[in-house]
Design a protein around this ligand. Structure first.
Ligand code: CTP
Ligand code: MG
Length: 227
């Protein structure tokens, strides 16, 4: 079964504070966005990638990706959820399986995509990659002191890709956005609609490049994967 990837890539990268949005920084030979899209297209089940790009973006048209027939560009929105929503709108068949994956996660391994697909196909409400938290978790009291230690036995970092039926996710996102819910990933829109996606354990090196110090780490992983 063929699946479509939606890649939100319309952020400005304020925490990276570089001279351009972080998805256009070069590491390990090409831009982060090119790495990310190439890894998705390398999976045998994925033959189309919808990228949400800021309307005024001058960088995307320079990339060979812009002329790849497997890559479809849509205009992103003000928030990540708006960008994802715009990508979903380009999918005709609501039964299509869609994998939403951050442009800023170039270190995705195909074995994780396999695990995610298996998890989503076996679940009524889709699935997400997630990593168990490693550190002891503290809740603060708002004044810089520890209020308590949080039980970490079932706490997870939500990663991407996150995989759902396109129609189900579109509906969930629409409802959550209308109702003003705080939506930081696709699963949170599903949760808002009382639907519980499956947690699929993914690799911890599937990091989101967020701050300057993440670049060297991502480059290290990418070089290791390409060897
Ligand atoms: N994103 C998007 N549209 C937005 C905001 C974010 O498509 N309006 C994308 C980013 O390009 C990124 C992914 O969502 O690939 C994850 O977001 P994040 O890591 O927060 O990226 P930025 O929003 O660009 O960074 P920052 O929050 O530091 O400004
Ligand atoms: Mg952001």
């Amino acid at each position: 079964e063929k699946m479509i990837a939606v890649v939100p890539a319309a952020g400005v990268g304020s925490r990276m504070a570089a001279d351009r949005p972080k998805q256009y920084l070069h590491i390990a030979g090409k831009t982060i966005l090119e790495h990310t899209v190439a890894r998705l297209l390398a999976h045998p089940s994925i033959d189309q990638v919808i990228v949400a790009i800021s309307e005024q973006d001058p960088y995307f048209p320079q990339l060979p990706l812009a002329n790849d027939p497997r890559v479809v560009r849509v205009n992103g929105g003000a928030e990540r959820a708006d960008s994802v929503f715009a990508g979903l709108a380009a999918i005709d068949d609501p039964n299509t399986w869609v994998l939403v994956h951050d442009a800023a996660r170039p270190c995705l391994q195909l074995s994780d995509v396999d695990a995610l697909i298996a998890g989503a196909l076996a679940s009524p409400y889709g699935a997400i990659l997630a990593a168990p938290v490693r550190d002891t978790m503290k809740r603060g009291n708002g004044a810089g002191e520890i209020a308590s230690t949080v039980d970490r036995s079932d706490l997870w970092h939500a990663l991407t890709p996150q995989m759902f039926r396109a129609g189900t996710l579109t509906h969930a996102l629409q409802q959550a956005l209308e109702e003003g819910a705080v939506i930081t990933d696709e699963a949170s829109a599903m949760e808002h609609g009382q639907m519980a996606p499956q947690l699929v354990k993914g690799r911890a090196d599937n990091l989101k490049v967020t701050q300057p110090e993440d670049l060297a780490l991502a480059e290290f992983y990418l070089n290791k994967m390409m060897r």
